[in-house]
Design a protein around this ligand. Structure first.
Ligand SMILES: Cc1cc2nc3c(=O)[nH]c(=O)nc-3n(C[C@H](O)[C@H](O)[C@H](O)COP(=O)(O)O)c2cc1C
Length: 391
């Protein structure tokens, strides 16, 4: 095997593509319908440049920030994703990597590992919920997360069951038994390293969803949990305020792209929002999250913490988000590519690349602390920003 270390997130993605069965790789690329939002999340960062200095920089450069009640070593959080079949260690590998690098982790309610096992790694954990099931069921999820030691909650509201993809959706089995293993055998046979990693654990990928029921109950399968969510009427702003009132601690609403929604989130009492379009997996045609960030941050950044997720692939992307008003960013695919390429070490590799990229951008722009970035550090292409929901 060659050097397992990779130099860029793009290289991690190439390795993930070579290593993962086609269905699993496609499920990570995702992106709904034409993929307009998915592509814009990446393209928009290319419309932001820098205006570097050549002297007067700082020899000491500090990346630590406080977000969601946690002091983290760099302005990057793990965004919640369900990573069932990427690697046998799944979210545990991600949690260990995040803990080793001093950051915090969002854990999806559709994750493959129980919240108790993730918090046991010592990583500060923000448990993510969807508006799914009755109020009683929702309270049960928060209580379980609290008992497990989760420090915060992320309520994700930007999912509207947009399932169509022009390049085709991979089929996801309910569970992997002998029959499904045979069905997927041809593509799995082309990816022996991936299969070997699972074979070493003696288990095939488990597609159960262990975090949506109390510990005492049997975890449902993915489709059962998904069905419950689809059947749940969408929440009102009163519902959001109610759920927030059930959690004593940091509470993030993930998925905001409009200023009016950001203001309502403040009124509902949340402590943080993530400006996000679910990584381009929701309503296609929603602009890149980074385009919506400046106006949202300007409107509510003085009242609550504003985080951005979508399209972060390098340290300079993190800095661009900070310069436009984010306190920190969350990453999704970047760490999934790292996880697929090299497990826990691959996620650490990705985090190290981001840290190095932030550091060299700080050096080039003469900053001693990440809180010093502002729009004056950027060269912003005309027409870059999108002000959504201004009344
Ligand atoms: C495969 C995949 C699964 C995801 N699952 C969830 C999830 O369970 N809960 C959630 O809040 N967001 C989920 N997301 C969205 C991410 O948390 C995040 O918003 C998005 O990946 C950010 O964009 P990026 O991948 O370009 O960094 C998922 C994204 C991907 C790619």
């Amino acid at each position: 095997m060659g050097n397992p270390w990779f130099e860029t997130v793009a290289e991690a993605q190439r390795r993930a593509k070579r290593r993962l069965p086609r269905s699993v790789y496609k499920a990570l690329i995702a992106g709904s319908e034409r993929g307009l939002s998915l592509a814009d999340n990446l393209r928009a960062f290319g419309e932001l440049g820098f205006a570097p200095h050549v002297a007067g920089g700082s020899a000491k450069r500090e990346q630590g920030v406080r977000v969601m009640g946690q002091d983290i070593s760099m302005p990057v959080l793990i965004s919640p994703t369900g990573v069932q079949a990427v690697h046998p260690d799944g979210e545990i590998a991600v949690a260990r990597a995040a803990s080793a690098r001093g950051i915090a982790m969002g854990l999806s309610s559709f994750a493959s590992q129980p919240v108790e096992a993730v918090t046991a790694t010592g990583v500060p954990t923000f448990f993510q919920v969807y508006w799914s099931g009755s109020r009683e069921v929702l309270i049960g999820r928060l209580e379980r997360a609290k008992a497990a030691g989760a420090q915060g909650i992320i309520l994700t509201l930007d999912w509207s069951f947009s399932h169509q993809r022009d390049w085709g959706s991979p089929s996801i089995p309910e569970s992997i038994d002998f029959k499904t293993a045979l069905k997927f055998a041809p593509e799995v046979a082309l990816r022996p390293q991936w299969l070997l990693a699972f074979a070493k654990t003696g288990k095939l990928p488990d597609l159960g969803v262990p975090n949506v029921r109390p510990l005492s109950e049997k975890p449902p399968g993915f489709f059962e949990a998904y069905g419950e969510w689809m059947m749940t009427p969408p929440p009102s702003w009163e519902d959001v305020a109610w759920l927030r009132s059930q959690w004593d601690g940091p509470f993030m609403l993930k998925g905001i792209c409009r200023v009016d929604d950001a203001r309502r989130a403040v009124d509902a009492g949340v402590s943080a929002i993530s400006v996000s379009n679910h990584g381009g997996n929701n309503l296609d045609g929603t602009p890149a999250a980074i385009r919506a960030l400046p106006t949202v941050a300007q409107a509510v950044g003085g009242q609550i913490e504003v985080v951005l997720d979508g399209g972060i692939r390098r340290g300079s992307d993190v800095v661009k988000a900070l310069a436009l008003g984010a306190r920190a960013v969350m990453i999704g695919r970047a760490y999934l590519w790292g996880l697929a390429a090299n497990g826990q070490a691959g996620v650490e590799n990705v985090l190290d690349l981001l840290r190095m990229g932030i550091d060299s951008t700080m050096l080039a722009t003469g900053k001693a602390d990440v809180s010093e970035f502002s729009q004056s550090d950027l060269v912003i292409a005309p027409g870059f920003a999108r002000a959504l929901g201004i009344d």
